[in-house]
Design a protein around this ligand. Sequence first.
Ligand SMILES: *Cc1c(COP(=O)(O)O)cnc(C)c1O
Length: 371
Amino acid sequence: MSQWPEWLPLNTALQPLSPYGAPQVPADAVLNTNENPFPLSAQLAEAIGKRVESAARNLNRYPDRDATKLRTGLAQFINGLSGTSVTEENIWAANGSNEIIQSLFLAFGEKCAIGFTPSYSMHPLIARVTQTPWIDGRRREDFTLDIDLAKKEIAQNNPSLTFITTPNNPTGSSVTIDEIEELAESVPGLLVIDEAYAEFSDEISAVSLIDKYPNVVVIRTMSKAFSFAGVRLGYLVADKSVIDALFLVRLPYHLSTLTQVAAEVALEYRDELLGNVAALVANRTWVEGELKALGLDVIPSKANFLLFSGFDIPAPTLWKSLLDAGVLIRDVGLSGYLRVTIGSEAENTLFIQALTKIINESRLKTTSQDK
Ligand SMILES: *Cc1c(COP(=O)(O)O)cnc(C)c1O
């Protein structure tokens, strides 16, 4: 892998890497990055516009470095959802949860980090970029997390960061709060719970554990259920000492004034923005039923996507045929599996229609070859 010129002093650890690149191509149904398919209402767009306009007069100044107003709003939001009593001192806000993950590695990644594969591909990728040794822990055959095995692997490797994604991406399956508590009791270092899809799940959030287990830190985002991916706002809920440590690694003024005000307005409109979650969960049930009716296997999901298998076409071929039919889904690199985000009803119908046609045609071909 030496497409890099020899004179370029690129870090050795980076030389074999490729940049993150979920395809951004036009399609009739965009079901590949787990975004919320519903656009913001005209009223909300206008409210953001007004707030941005008045903030724009002060853009000669740096933003509030500590994003105090936004962090206070996020603390209230979390307390409303989970009955906790966190304050802004327990909240860190950044440009997407990916920046949070990077900051965690920068502050706490000296030893090593462990996650359980398959899971969110950015955890190991950001680990590499920050020169944090990464351990790929194992899951069961059906991709559920085996807590006893996890505890064993954690004990063997003594990581400073243990990543659990729940509901997990790309599988959609979740870990119970009791299992997280069991891990919290035994892991060395920090137990990082990535709850990017928590709003879609009926499991209790791990933010409820932070009081008792200050080593539990919880990553949340406005990118998925909150319908706000374009703004780039992720946040961390954690013990105050964790937040204080993140101040050491953040870049000065990392969160722009425009991001802060847009996210503040979004919190005021939280009911509207989260109002589609129930509809998406119902649509998930519908898509799951349709996939099963096609004879496919679907992993039970508590998120806004489904990982399915059981098709006899290679996953990259099926992915391409769907794209040719105007439906963009995700090949997550697991042989025999594809992941589809739950979209609007129209998008889901388009996906199921295209998939049905491709699968039926391939089955016809196989039967005529058999004759
Ligand atoms: C989508 C996703 C994120 C979100 O990243 P942002 O930077 O907040 O957009 C984080 N974790 C997981 C597991 C995800 O799937």
